[in-house]
Design a binder for this molecule. Structure first.
Ligand code: ADP
Ligand code: MG
Length: 323
């Protein structure tokens, strides 16, 4: 009994077709579009677009406000992805949550990309194995995705679980796109939405979106104080797109953010991202990762709506993220 676009008042077969071609595959996708966006892509007037969006909002029951019981119901479906490390999972209340953006920030080489690779493996496992039985989209801005690293982690996981796993199957469920600049990066979220819609009814719906790095292009392109407000505005819009992706797909979103160490700075909180809080409070969970002895890393939960601050120690090994 799922509603089709054609069921919306004012949407005939031709308009429905145009909407689908533009990537608006569901009532929900239309409901969260802006009139300008929908009008331009479906070649209809903005006033008509606004009417269609309103109808879609009523149909999809996402008028902007949700009552507490609705939020409760939606949150019943939150899934958690095993990180590979028990302490880390416990700190996160079970694992990395769907319907949320998790930001992991730290210096170069601290292990942000490793955590992303590990989640890209673990999300594919069944819920009993710590996954969400889903596939992954990676927006790779620094060209650091490594298939051979996935292979190592899948082998590690197979050993740990005492089962056979084929790394090639895992690689097939990881969809990677390079982002060449910040505009391209933002556009890739729309492509990700299209791909997620395509895979929605498959046996591996998209349950994880990684943006690694979220901030590198923005930092490089927006230099100097005069452009900071522009950068902020664009980044906020990008993050809202990511949150929308998380909600519509019941997916986890992981974003990485590299911060510099400042050994010459004697005051200030070293766990605060230096160079400004460019993410502010848009990410739901904020994790600070730093190097410790050998292969050990310390991850600190800095900000969360419902969990206490805490620290966890993990190791980055050939097998991946482990206790
Ligand atoms: P960043 O925070 O910059 O994204 P990375 O996630 O790329 O950092 O972490 C790089 C570090 O991960 C390396 O310095 C190394 O300590 C560890 N690492 C990478 N690959 C392996 C591997 N195959 N075996 C063990 N450790 C690895
Ligand atoms: Mg990295």
């Amino acid at each position: 009994t799922e509603m089709l676009l054609e069921d919306l008042p004012g949407v005939g077969p031709a308009t429905a077709e145009k909407l689908r071609e533009a990537g608006f595959n569901s009532i929900e996708a239309v409901a969260v579009a802006s009139p300008a966006e929908l009008g331009a892509t479906a070649e209809i007037g903005e006033a008509t677009a606004a009417k269609i969006i309103n109808a879609a909002r009523q149909a999809a029951d996402i008028g902007g406000f949700e009552t507490g019981d609705m939020v409760f119901e939606r949150r019943q479906h939150i899934g958690k992805i095993n990180t590979g490390c028990i302490e880390f999972n416990e700190m996160m209340g079970g694992g990395i949550e769907s319907q949320s953006i998790t930001e992991i920030y730290g210096e170069f080489g601290s292990g942000k990309t490793q955590v992303g690779h590990q989640l890209a493996v673990n999300v594919q496992l069944s819920p009993e194995q710590g996954g969400l039985g889903g596939s992954v989209i990676i927006i790779d801005t620094e060209n650091t995705f490594r298939p051979d690293r996935i292979q190592q982690m899948v082998e590690g996981k197979a050993n740990e679980l005492g089962i056979e796993l084929d790394y090639e199957d895992f690689l097939k469920n990881i969809h990677v796109a390079r982002a060449f600049n910040s505009n391209h990066q933002i556009l890739l979220v729309d492509s990700a939405m299209d791909l997620a819609n395509e895979l929605k009814d498959s046996d591996k719906p998209v349950r994880l979106l990684i943006v690694d790095s979220l901030t590198a292009h923005f930092r490089a392109e927006y230099i100097g104080r005069g452009t900071l407000a522009d950068r902020q505005q664009k980044l906020n819009k990008h993050l809202h797109g990511l949150q929308r992706f998380a909600n519509l797909n019941n997916a986890a979103v992981l974003v990485t953010n590299q911060v510099m160490s400042k050994p010459d700075a004697f005051f200030g909180d070293p766990t605060k991202p230096i160079g400004g809080h460019i993410l502010g409070h848009t990410a739901t969970f904020r994790l600070y990762i730093r190097k410790s002895k050998g292969d050990k890393r310390i991850v600190k939960l800095v900000d969360s709506p419902n969990l206490p601050e805490g620290e966890a120690v993990l190791s980055v090994t050939r097998d991946g993220i482990v206790d």
